[in-house]
Design a binder for this molecule. Structure first.
Ligand SMILES: [Ca+2]
Ligand SMILES: [Ca+2]
Ligand SMILES: [Ca+2]
Length: 341
């Protein structure tokens, strides 16, 4: 609202560029990958990283967020949360990856921690991070300050651990649409399947077109990895489904400390459905013969039917006789009818 509207309500105008959030007018550096622009906090959106009070002159998007990382937290002894006691060691000069191993921990115990600069002046993530000790009571923590454009997030400041948390759930407001309960962090509809190497995945279809939010959590807890961090209070991650036929794939990498969500639209064709009735069956044989022998007549008979439907071997060459044998194979080796996606 304007200053006048605010005054009419008896309020105190907080100034331009403010909203109902905590400190939205704060200026700083906004990093879109390695590209830096100076913005207000509320203007730095999406997966971009915001460094309050920082200008682009120091090139914050290319430099490690913390150049002298230390690990501080509940795993330290004798004093927990000692910002300067446990420096992390760079794996190789210039690697921008630092590690530290703690041992003598509670077997399979859970610990909260942060990366500090040796003091409490700069630390991350904003909420505490977390890890679990191994069955031998140790754990190696990693701080990776490199920027990655590998499709996973966070794109920098990844916090790695040597012990995967175990079972993971994709939790969010999409779960009720799947028959579960929204934001139930133990909902079986959100259970992610282990893919090996600490990676877990859930793939779903049938979500009505809408924008949803999610995050990956250790099942039954709020220990999470999202686009912003591995922490006890990660940000929600939005994704948009365009149609119920879209496939949504949720991924988490519990060791590296990264996650991603991929929405894939169903293909706009159906290989083998030559009469465009939504399924592949023997009733497509005559249509396929017409398709090959007189394509213009086929187009007239089945208006709007994708020509690609006849590209049975999916080599993007069609119409062509090379698809005859694949068509015979498709019909003779499949359980018919095949319902189009
Ligand atoms: Ca819902
Ligand atoms: Ca058909
Ligand atoms: Ca073909």
């Amino acid at each position: 609202m304007t200053a006048a509207e605010c005054a009419a309500l008896g309020g105190i105008y907080q100034g331009d560029y403010t909203n109902c959030g905590s400190s939205p007018c704060e200026a700083g550096a906004c990093c879109d990958g390695l590209v830096c622009t100076e913005t207000r906090r509320f203007e730095c959106t999406g997966l971009n990283l915001f460094f309050p009070g920082v200008t682009c002159a120091s090139n914050p998007c290319a430099e490690p967020t913390i150049a002298t990382p230390h690990a501080a937290g509940q795993m330290q002894s004798p004093n927990q949360w000692d910002a300067g006691a446990d420096p992390m060691i760079e794996t190789a000069p210039g690697s921008r990856i630092w590690t530290i191993t703690f041992s003598g921990l509670t077997v399979n115990g859970r610990y909260e921690w942060k990366v500090t600069d040796g003091t409490w002046t700069h630390n991350l993530p904003s909420a505490n991070s977390w890890f679990y000790a191994s069955a031998a009571g140790d754990s190696t923590l990693t701080y990776d300050s490199n920027f990655y454009s590998d499709g996973w997030s966070p794109t920098r400041d990844r916090l790695g651990v040597s012990v995967d948390a175990g079972t993971w759930t994709a939790v969010g407001d999409f779960l009720s649409e799947l028959g579960g309960a929204d934001w139930n962090n133990a909902d079986p509809h959100g259970a992610m399947a282990p893919q090996g190497g600490g990676i877990h995945k859930l793939e779903v279809t049938g979500l009505p077109a809408a924008t949803y939010a999610w995050k990956a959590v250790k099942t039954g807890t709020w220990d999470s990895i999202s686009w912003d961090a591995r922490s006890v209070n990660t940000a929600n991650w939005q994704f948009t489904v365009g149609a119920a036929t879209d496939t949504v794939a949720f991924w988490v990498d519990g060791l590296v400390g990264r996650a991603k969500v991929e929405v894939t639209a169903a293909p706009e064709y159906c290989l083998g459905d030559l009469n465009c009735d939504g399924q592949v069956a023997f009733s497509d044989i005559n249509a396929f013969v017409l398709y090959l022998s007189n394509t213009p007549a086929w187009l007239t008979t089945y208006p709007g039917c994708p020509l690609k439907n006849g590209d049975i071997n999916d080599d993007d060459s069609y119409p062509g006789f090379g698809d005859i044998n694949p068509f015979v194979t498709l019909l003779s080796t499949s359980s018919l009818p095949i319902i189009c996606p």
